[in-house]
Design a protein. Structure first.
Length: 321
């Protein structure tokens, strides 16, 4: 009897430990799944889908069609008095929306006078963004130049964008830079310039202000030959903005035209799934905008363009749900 009771107790103890281990494994799996849940937002940038709207109209369209964030207009926000600002922010919150990015107002690609004029105006605009709670600003980099060699262009970009980044940093904002991998633009100027993620990271290092990151675009990621592994090597805070789109079928990569794109998953030419999976893996929590530069989409009325765009985005995000 004694031996049987002891064996029974040992059996029950072993079974209990096994059940506990199984339960812990299940909860750990659930926790892991919860941690990897999508944090990035479907972002409305009206100009990217052929829609014309002011800030309030953009907020209304975003809410109406199921977007989760909306581009911030620095010029409009800077001109709002405190009452108007609070009313706008209250409406944004009531519609369960957040801010995406704001486009950089400073033209750093042209002559020095143009750059200095834009830089002088930046503090007011950055202050308006800060009052509204916008902490991301984005721009793009051209991949070639008619006169400047690679080194000259790199030094010029680092010098000018460092000044821009300092102003933004003073106002709690990060600057995102989008590299352009389209081959036709890379060879358009006499001197090729940076057009990959790795080169963009080198420029970020040269700027050295600590508040500069990248804008990742499926189109440029694909045309540049970058990989999902390269994205997985990034940290969440290094990614400021993401663009999703697809490419036309039947066109060689080197012959693709930058302004002739498709909505995400329209053709399946670009591997959107591995791109998004990599962003999910690093916990990216920022805005993701459709940016197809598509004439058919641009010809639609505003509501139809928003509806088609958000449906394509939700279809893309379903790949990682």
């Amino acid at each position: 009897m004694c031996g049987s009771s002891l064996e029974r107790r040992q059996f029950l103890k072993s079974a209990s430990l096994a059940a506990s281990a199984s339960w812990l494994g299940m909860t750990a799996g659930l926790a892991d799944h919860h941690e990897k849940k999508r944090k990035m937002t479907i972002n409305l940038v009206c100009g990217a889908i052929g829609v014309r709207a002011n800030q309030q109209q953009a907020i209304d369209l975003a809410a109406k069609h199921g977007f989760e964030s909306v581009e911030a207009s620095a010029s409009e926000l800077a001109d709002l008095n405190e009452d108007a600002m609070q009313a706008l922010l209250g409406d944004l919150k009531a519609k369960d929306l957040s801010w995406g990015t704001s486009g950089l107002s400073v033209e750093f690609r042209r002559d020095e006078d143009t750059f200095q004029k834009g830089l002088k105006a930046l503090p007011k605009l950055a202050a308006g963004l800060q009052r509204a709670g916008v902490d991301r600003v984005s721009t793009y980099l051209m991949p070639s130049h008619a006169e400047l060699t690679y080194l000259q262009n790199m030094k010029g970009h680092a010098t000018r964008l460092r000044e821009v980044a300092k102003v933004l940093k003073d106002h709690g904002q990060r600057l995102g830079m989008e590299y352009v991998g389209t081959q036709g633009l890379l060879t358009r100027g006499k001197y090729p310039f940076l057009h990959t993620l790795a080169e963009t990271q080198e420029l970020i290092g040269e700027i050295g202000t600590g508040n500069v990151g990248v804008v990742l675009d499926t189109w440029h990621w694909w045309t540049a030959g970058d990989s999902a592994e390269a994205i997985r090597a990034l940290k969440n805070e290094e990614v400021i903005l993401v663009d999703l789109n697809d490419a036309p079928k039947g066109v060689a990569k080197e012959d693709q035209q930058d302004n002739r794109r498709q909505l995400p998953l329209a053709t399946g030419v670009i591997d959107v799934k591995s791109f998004l999976e990599a962003l999910l893996a690093i916990g990216y929590d920022g805005p993701v905008r459709p940016e197809p530069f598509n004439q058919t989409l641009n010809d639609l009325d505003d509501d139809s363009a928003c509806k088609a765009s958000v449906e394509a985005m939700k279809k893309a995000f379903a790949l990682i749900a």
